[in-house]
Design a protein around this ligand. Structure first.
Ligand code: CMX
Length: 133
Protein backbone atom coordinates (compact mmCIF):
# COMPACT_ATOMS: atom_id res chain seq x y z
CA UNK A 1 0.00 0.00 0.00
CA UNK A 2 1.50 3.31 -1.03
CA UNK A 3 1.12 5.44 2.12
CA UNK A 4 3.46 8.44 2.20
CA UNK A 5 3.02 10.14 5.59
CA UNK A 6 0.61 10.90 8.40
CA UNK A 7 -1.73 13.42 6.81
CA UNK A 8 -3.44 14.36 10.07
CA UNK A 9 -4.30 13.28 13.58
CA UNK A 10 -7.94 13.88 14.55
CA UNK A 11 -8.55 14.98 18.13
CA UNK A 12 -12.04 15.07 19.62
CA UNK A 13 -12.68 18.15 21.77
CA UNK A 14 -15.70 19.61 23.52
CA UNK A 15 -14.93 23.11 22.29
CA UNK A 16 -12.58 24.28 19.52
CA UNK A 17 -12.66 27.73 21.07
CA UNK A 18 -11.20 26.34 24.31
CA UNK A 19 -8.84 23.75 22.78
CA UNK A 20 -7.35 26.29 20.34
CA UNK A 21 -5.86 28.22 23.27
CA UNK A 22 -3.61 25.27 24.12
CA UNK A 23 -2.46 24.63 20.54
CA UNK A 24 -1.83 28.32 19.88
CA UNK A 25 -0.67 29.76 23.21
CA UNK A 26 1.25 26.77 24.61
CA UNK A 27 2.43 24.82 21.54
CA UNK A 28 2.71 27.93 19.37
CA UNK A 29 0.91 26.44 16.36
CA UNK A 30 -1.25 28.53 14.07
CA UNK A 31 -4.85 27.67 13.33
CA UNK A 32 -5.03 28.19 9.55
CA UNK A 33 -8.62 27.07 8.94
CA UNK A 34 -11.91 26.36 10.68
CA UNK A 35 -14.49 24.45 8.67
CA UNK A 36 -17.90 22.93 9.20
CA UNK A 37 -18.20 19.38 7.81
CA UNK A 38 -21.98 19.13 7.78
CA UNK A 39 -22.45 15.50 6.79
CA UNK A 40 -20.12 14.41 9.64
CA UNK A 41 -21.80 16.85 12.07
CA UNK A 42 -18.49 18.32 13.19
CA UNK A 43 -16.68 21.61 13.23
CA UNK A 44 -12.96 21.23 12.46
CA UNK A 45 -9.91 23.40 13.11
CA UNK A 46 -6.54 22.77 11.45
CA UNK A 47 -2.94 23.33 12.54
CA UNK A 48 0.09 22.40 10.40
CA UNK A 49 3.22 20.81 11.90
CA UNK A 50 5.77 19.66 9.31
CA UNK A 51 3.74 17.86 6.66
CA UNK A 52 1.19 16.69 9.21
CA UNK A 53 -1.94 18.42 10.44
CA UNK A 54 -3.65 18.38 13.79
CA UNK A 55 -7.41 18.34 13.17
CA UNK A 56 -9.55 19.34 16.14
CA UNK A 57 -13.08 17.91 15.94
CA UNK A 58 -15.96 19.49 17.82
CA UNK A 59 -19.35 17.77 17.50
CA UNK A 60 -22.20 19.95 16.27
CA UNK A 61 -24.90 17.41 17.17
CA UNK A 62 -25.40 14.68 19.77
CA UNK A 63 -25.76 12.22 16.88
CA UNK A 64 -22.28 12.98 15.59
CA UNK A 65 -19.77 10.09 15.73
CA UNK A 66 -17.48 12.48 17.61
CA UNK A 67 -20.16 13.29 20.21
CA UNK A 68 -20.65 9.55 20.81
CA UNK A 69 -16.88 9.09 21.10
CA UNK A 70 -16.53 11.89 23.70
CA UNK A 71 -19.52 10.60 25.67
CA UNK A 72 -17.89 7.19 25.89
CA UNK A 73 -14.16 7.89 26.11
CA UNK A 74 -13.83 11.60 26.82
CA UNK A 75 -11.78 14.09 24.80
CA UNK A 76 -8.67 12.70 23.10
CA UNK A 77 -7.18 11.19 19.95
CA UNK A 78 -10.06 10.15 17.71
CA UNK A 79 -8.40 8.94 14.51
CA UNK A 80 -5.21 8.81 12.49
CA UNK A 81 -5.19 9.64 8.78
CA UNK A 82 -2.60 8.33 6.32
CA UNK A 83 -1.88 10.09 3.03
CA UNK A 84 -2.32 7.91 -0.03
CA UNK A 85 -2.34 8.67 -3.75
CA UNK A 86 -5.51 6.59 -4.23
CA UNK A 87 -8.10 6.17 -1.44
CA UNK A 88 -10.24 3.67 -3.34
CA UNK A 89 -7.21 1.49 -4.07
CA UNK A 90 -6.04 1.62 -0.42
CA UNK A 91 -9.56 0.76 0.84
CA UNK A 92 -9.77 -2.19 -1.55
CA UNK A 93 -6.32 -3.45 -0.53
CA UNK A 94 -7.25 -3.27 3.18
CA UNK A 95 -10.55 -5.07 2.51
CA UNK A 96 -8.78 -7.79 0.55
CA UNK A 97 -6.59 -8.32 3.63
CA UNK A 98 -9.64 -8.86 5.85
CA UNK A 99 -10.17 -5.37 7.28
CA UNK A 100 -13.79 -4.21 7.57
CA UNK A 101 -14.43 -0.89 5.85
CA UNK A 102 -16.64 1.92 7.11
CA UNK A 103 -16.51 3.51 3.65
CA UNK A 104 -16.71 1.19 0.65
CA UNK A 105 -15.46 3.99 -1.55
CA UNK A 106 -13.98 7.46 -1.19
CA UNK A 107 -16.09 10.44 -0.18
CA UNK A 108 -15.39 14.11 0.43
CA UNK A 109 -14.00 15.13 3.82
CA UNK A 110 -12.71 18.37 5.31
CA UNK A 111 -10.65 20.62 3.00
CA UNK A 112 -12.24 18.95 -0.02
CA UNK A 113 -9.98 15.90 0.32
CA UNK A 114 -11.09 12.42 -0.69
CA UNK A 115 -11.27 10.21 2.39
CA UNK A 116 -12.27 6.73 3.52
CA UNK A 117 -12.36 5.06 6.97
CA UNK A 118 -11.46 1.56 8.21
CA UNK A 119 -13.40 0.12 11.14
CA UNK A 120 -11.56 0.48 14.49
CA UNK A 121 -12.64 -3.01 15.57
CA UNK A 122 -10.38 -4.39 12.81
CA UNK A 123 -7.43 -2.03 13.44
CA UNK A 124 -6.65 -2.64 17.12
CA UNK A 125 -8.97 0.11 18.29
CA UNK A 126 -7.48 2.91 16.18
CA UNK A 127 -9.98 4.54 13.83
CA UNK A 128 -7.96 4.77 10.60
CA UNK A 129 -8.54 7.06 7.64
CA UNK A 130 -7.02 7.22 4.18
CA UNK A 131 -6.74 10.68 2.72
CA UNK A 132 -6.02 11.80 -0.86
CA UNK A 133 -5.63 15.29 -2.32
N1 CMX B 1 -11.72 5.12 17.84
C1 CMX B 1 -11.75 3.87 18.37
N2 CMX B 1 -12.90 3.18 18.59
C2 CMX B 1 -14.04 3.80 18.28
C3 CMX B 1 -14.10 5.09 17.74
C4 CMX B 1 -12.86 5.77 17.52
N3 CMX B 1 -12.82 6.99 17.03
N4 CMX B 1 -15.38 5.45 17.55
C5 CMX B 1 -16.13 4.41 17.95
N5 CMX B 1 -15.33 3.42 18.39
C6 CMX B 1 -15.74 2.13 18.93
C7 CMX B 1 -16.67 2.31 20.10
O1 CMX B 1 -15.94 2.50 21.29
C8 CMX B 1 -17.46 1.03 20.11
O2 CMX B 1 -16.70 0.02 20.73
P1 CMX B 1 -17.39 -1.16 21.62
O3 CMX B 1 -18.18 -1.97 20.64
O4 CMX B 1 -16.23 -1.88 22.22
O5 CMX B 1 -18.26 -0.47 22.61
C9 CMX B 1 -17.58 0.69 18.63
O6 CMX B 1 -16.52 1.41 17.97
C10 CMX B 1 -18.91 1.11 18.07
O7 CMX B 1 -19.08 2.49 18.37
P2 CMX B 1 -20.47 3.23 18.60
O8 CMX B 1 -20.22 4.40 19.47
O9 CMX B 1 -21.52 2.24 18.98
O10 CMX B 1 -20.81 3.90 17.24
P3 CMX B 1 -21.17 3.30 15.84
O11 CMX B 1 -21.06 1.82 15.76
O12 CMX B 1 -22.47 3.91 15.49
O13 CMX B 1 -20.00 3.95 14.97
C11 CMX B 1 -17.93 4.07 13.86
C12 CMX B 1 -18.66 3.66 15.15
C13 CMX B 1 -16.42 3.96 14.09
C14 CMX B 1 -18.39 3.14 12.73
C15 CMX B 1 -18.34 5.56 13.54
O14 CMX B 1 -17.94 6.38 14.59
C16 CMX B 1 -17.80 6.03 12.21
O15 CMX B 1 -18.34 5.76 11.16
N6 CMX B 1 -16.66 6.80 12.23
C17 CMX B 1 -16.04 7.28 11.03
C18 CMX B 1 -16.48 8.66 10.68
C19 CMX B 1 -16.08 9.67 11.73
O16 CMX B 1 -15.59 9.36 12.81
N7 CMX B 1 -16.26 10.95 11.38
C20 CMX B 1 -15.91 12.06 12.25
C21 CMX B 1 -15.34 13.24 11.48
C22 CMX B 1 -14.07 12.87 10.80
C23 CMX B 1 -13.54 13.85 9.75
O17 CMX B 1 -14.30 14.35 8.90
O18 CMX B 1 -12.30 14.06 9.76
Amino acid sequence: MNLTHIEHIGIAVNSIEEAKKYYENVLGLECYAVELVEDQKVKTAFFMIGQTKIELLEPTSDESAVAKFIAKKGQGIHHIAFATDDVDKSLKEAENKGIKLIDKEKRKGAEGLNIGFLHPKFTMGVLTEFCEK
